[in-house]
Design a protein around this ligand. Structure first.
Ligand code: UT7
Length: 345
């Protein structure tokens, strides 16, 4: 049981002067492709075991998109659900932000392709690249547009087809990732609950811990770059792990401090779903109780920018998050990038 708020607890919304405007999450949705790839399936293709993957990561299976199913399709499916739950029509959307590291193609943006698929022709649209931290970066940008009165309704999506950039011969990485998408409709709704505040951070000095070398201006696609397997992601797992724990702790503490609340006031923590051991270590450092965390990485693996978006949708759908609850999102990813956000649901 999560303890009730301390006697001196003040609603953190009082700290932020919203002058009649809030950035509320009016609806969330998610989508994962039908095909499931289990640890047992991977045992047949690389030198690994269900036992290793489960004990080192907590992952049991992940979903893999069909060859003719692209990031924009996953994104549009998640978005349709979020729009339906929010009661939002395509014409009402002012802006679409898609956070992804696996766009359908380098340009045009996946957000433009999603705009076309949804028929949201009034909306401005752009992609955002902050790797696994992308969903919180996108939420914060959406919040800025809404609070500044530039837009009233923003569709934020985290979507990835990571199976397209995973080296299926590299056991260090191929067991970790999956495909999927999560979406949220953010809207100005006076006096409604909403996104209270978010923090974002980055450290480009550690860009070489997790990256894909090929396909950009530095190393365009050539027969040689393909032969050298440069179009697949690479990761220094152990160093990335250490940095993830540290950065997620710092981000969580900073966002709680800004809201002037304690971890015990948080009903549900939705962390980036990369590794069960990372989540446990962060929980210990921020004095959270294990039951405060919502974890679904056993089903999906690490879906990068989609990860917290899918988890938030599932946490809401299964009743773990109720109206008025405080929710803490914490993310970490390549860049390095990290972030945290507090939402009053
Ligand atoms: O989303 C962005 C953020 N991503 C992350 O935060 C991921 C962070 N990193 C991790 O989650 C972990 O570092 C991993 C799960 C990737 C690896 O776990 P680890 O405990 O750090 O293992 P390790 O990399 O230190 O490797 C331990 C051993 C190695 O063998 P030796 O050199 O000790 O003989 C690896 O070769 O495990 C071996 N290994 C595997 N064995 C079986 C690596 N991958 C596998 C595998 N199956 N799939």
């Amino acid at each position: 049981m999560i303890p009730p708020p301390n006697p001196g607890f003040k609603n953190p919304r009082a700290k932020f002067n919203f002058v009649g405007r809030t950035c509320s999450i009016a609806g969330v949705g998610s989508y994962v492709p039908a095909k499931v790839l289990t640890n047992a399936d991977l045992e047949k293709t690389v030198s690994t075991s269900d036992e290793w993957i489960t004990t080192r990561t907590g992952i049991k299976e992940r979903h893999i998109a069909a060859p003719n199913e692209f990031t924009s399709d996953l994104a549009a499916n998640a978005a349709r659900l979020a729009m339906q739950r929010a009661g939002t029509t395509p014409e009402q959307i002012d802006l679409i932000i898609v956070a992804t590291i696996t766009p359908d193609m380098p340009f045009p943006s996946t957000a433009c392709l999603v705009q076309q698929k949804l028929g949201a022709h009034r909306a401005a649209a752009f992609d955002l690249e902050a790797a696994c931290s992308g969903f919180i970066y996108a939420l914060e940008i959406a919040q800025q547009f809404i609070m500044s009165r530039t837009y009233d309704t923003v569709l934020v999506i985290g979507a990835e087809k990571l199976s397209s950039i995973v080296d299926w011969e590299d056991r260090n990485t191929c067991v970790l990732f999956g495909d999927g998408a999560g979406a949220a409709i953010l809207r100005n709704r006076p006096n409604a609950h909403g996104l209270l505040t978010a923090v974002m951070g980055a450290d480009g000095r550690k860009a070489d811990l997790l990256f894909m070398a090929g396909g950009g201006s530095r190393c365009p696609a050539t027969a040689q770059s393909v032969a050298n397997r440069l179009h697949f992601l690479r990761m220094e797992g152990r160093e990335t792990f250490k940095n993830a724990v540290q950065a997620m702790q710092t981000a969580a503490e900073e966002v709680l401090r800004r809201c002037e609340i304690d971890i015990s006031h948080i009903k549900c923590i939705v962390p980036h779903q990369a590794n069960r051991r990372i989540i446990d270590a962060v929980g210990q450092r921020i004095n959270a109780k294990p039951e405060q965390f919502f974890i679904n990485l056993h089903k999906y693996g690490n879906t990068s920018a989609a990860s917290v978006a899918i988890a938030l949708d599932e946490a809401v759908s299964c009743g773990r998050v109720q109206t008025g609850d405080l929710v803490l999102l914490i993310v970490f990813g390549a860049g390095l990038t990290w972030g945290a956000a507090v939402i009053e649901w």
